[in-house]
Structure formats: structure tokens, C-alpha cells
Write a protein that binds this ligand. Structure first.
Ligand SMILES: [Zn+2]
Length: 127
């Protein structure tokens, strides 16, 4: 009987332990029948699983709305890009702390071993 087959036949393992174990199913598992399945797969016979998996993809909404809800005008795009360019020009030096430590050591201050190693590692590519 098909129902008995369904009960004894293990589903294919998925690498992601949170996902339904029916091959390719995008849903998280919700029912543990010996195999962890989403509710749609759990209540269907295994020979119907491929169609059910396909239906899950059609049912899913995209995670990100790819349609712009409020498209920008050309002038707004140019203004945004100019603002980004200005931000990138004026951003603070992300390795300022390393330069400060190097200058302190060069001025004769005794740094900890960790401080000495940290600024050298951070400035290795710059030197
Ligand atoms: Zn599933």
C-alpha cells in the first residue's frame, strides 16, 4: 500500500537542516514523520512530491520586491550618486587608529605587544 511506502521510505536528506526533506522543496520542515517535511509534503504520497515541490515555488512570493515602488527620476539618481561620491571622498580613514599607534610607538611610547602587532598587521599592505 502506498501509504505504508510513504511511512517507511526516508526522504532525501537536505544539507540545510531547517528545510523540508523532500528533494528541492524551499519550505521549512513543520512535520516530523521520521522525515522532516513541510505540511504540504507530509500529507501527500511520495510519488506526488515533485509536483508539490514545483507548486511550492509557484506559491512563493519573492523575498524582495524587485519592482521599484517609487522610481527615481534621472535628476534624483544623479543627486544620489553625487552624494555617495562625496561621502566616499570625505570618509574617515578606517586605519587611523593604526597610524596613531604607529606614531605613538615611533615617538618612543612603549606599546603592548598586542598594540604593536595590531598596527603592523593593519598597515602591512600600506607600507
Ligand atoms: Zn516540502
Amino acid at each position: 500500500m502506498a501509504l505504508e511506502t510513504w511511512k517507511t521510505k526516508p526522504a532525501e536528506p537536505e544539507t540545510d537542516e531547517l528545510l523540508c526533506q523532500a528533494h528541492g522543496c524551499p519550505n521549512r520542515w513543520a512535520v516530523d514523520t521520521g522525515s522532516r517535511l513541510c505540511s504540504d509534503h507530509a500529507w501527500a504520497e511520495p510519488h506526488k512530491w515533485p509536483q508539490i515541490t514545483q507548486a511550492q515555488f509557484h506559491k512563493r512570493k519573492p523575498l524582495v520586491n524587485t519592482e521599484p515602488t517609487n522610481p527615481m527620476t534621472q535628476a534624483e539618481k544623479v543627486a544620489t550618486l553625487n552624494a555617495l561620491r562625496d561621502m566616499m571622498k570625505n570618509r574617515p580613514d578606517p586605519k587611523a587608529w593604526a597610524h596613531t599607534l604607529r606614531d605613538r610607538e615611533n615617538a618612543g611610547e612603549e606599546l603592548t605587544r598586542t598594540q604593536r602587532e595590531a598596527w603592523r598587521t593593519a598597515l602591512k599592505r600600506d607600507v
